[in-house]
Ligand binder design. Structure first.
Ligand code: ATP
Ligand code: MG
Length: 227
């Protein structure tokens, strides 16, 4: 007998937010490896307009959006979402996910998987309305050099959520629209936007840490030349 719905219609979609100041190969490999490991039909990249929990980004939202566009242009599975950048407001993930759920693109039954590096996940409790994340999406926690996902590094509330929601089977994410946590290991790449900005301000090349198209954009617009 056939299932209730063709499974292809419920392939999970990835949602990947970040400051992307600038976007680099750590981000690109994370999205690509998550897409393969989790069977994501697409990964929606959402540059934050004004991130809530960090200092003002160096590059403007328009530049960070444009750099992200350059970086993902040749990947048909990657989609750019400019909603947070277009908004004047501080960017929060829960309202963004609510918007995706309301929109035709995703609806209420589509599994969504929020992609986060371990460092971002460790701070999840500081996110606006963080408990509601689990009503809206699954979360994939991806390893990042220098950070670990040990129980003692999680706050009690986050550790409890993790224990209750963690699943080992990556394919399980297709079975429900939201609510589970998976941890997986990507090729470890110790690349950060902070380090890239530091190279640029010192006049050193960041080549091979991020796509040439993004470096060209940075040079053309004279970005990251001062602190
Ligand atoms: P910054 O140094 O300015 O904080 P960043 O390199 O951490 O920049 P972000 O835009 O802050 O980049 O990160 C967006 C998301 O990508 C976060 O979930 C973060 O954990 C993840 N991420 C960034 N770089 C890596 C990496 N090298 N490996 C794994 N995850 C990464
Ligand atoms: Mg960061």
């Amino acid at each position: 007998t056939r299932g209730l719905a063709p499974s292809s219609s419920l392939a999970p979609q990835g949602v990947f937010g970040g400051t992307f100041d600038p976007v680099h190969y750590g981000h690109l490999r994370l999205a690509e490896e998550a897409a393969e490991a989790l069977g994501l039909s697409s990964v929606r990249w959402i540059p934050a307009g004004q991130p809530a929990l960090r200092a003002v980004p160096q590059a403007s939202a328009a530049h960070r959006l444009a750099m992200t566009r350059c970086a993902i242009a040749d990947n048909p599975r990657f989609i750019l979402d400019d909603a947070e950048v277009a908004s004047e407001r501080v960017s929060y993930t829960v309202p963004t996910l609510e918007r995706l759920r309301r929109a035709e693109v995703c609806g209420s039954r589509q599994p969504l998987v929020l992609l986060t590096g371990v460092d971002a996940f460790l701070r999840l409790e500081a996110w606006h309305r963080w408990r509601q994340l689990f009503e809206l999406a699954h979360i994939a926690v991806v390893c990042r050099p220098g950070y670990s996902l040990r129980a003692e590094d999680l706050s009690p509330a986050l550790a409890a959520a993790f224990r209750a929601r963690c699943v080992d089977d990556l394919a399980a994410l297709s079975a429900s629209p939201a609510g589970q946590i998976v941890a997986f290991a990507m090729t470890p790449l110790d690349i950060s936007a902070t380090r890239i900005r530091a190279f640029l301000v010192r006049g050193m090349t960041p080549r091979y840490l991020l796509p040439d198209a993004v470096i060209d954009y940075i040079r053309r617009h004279n970005l990251y030349t001062e602190h």
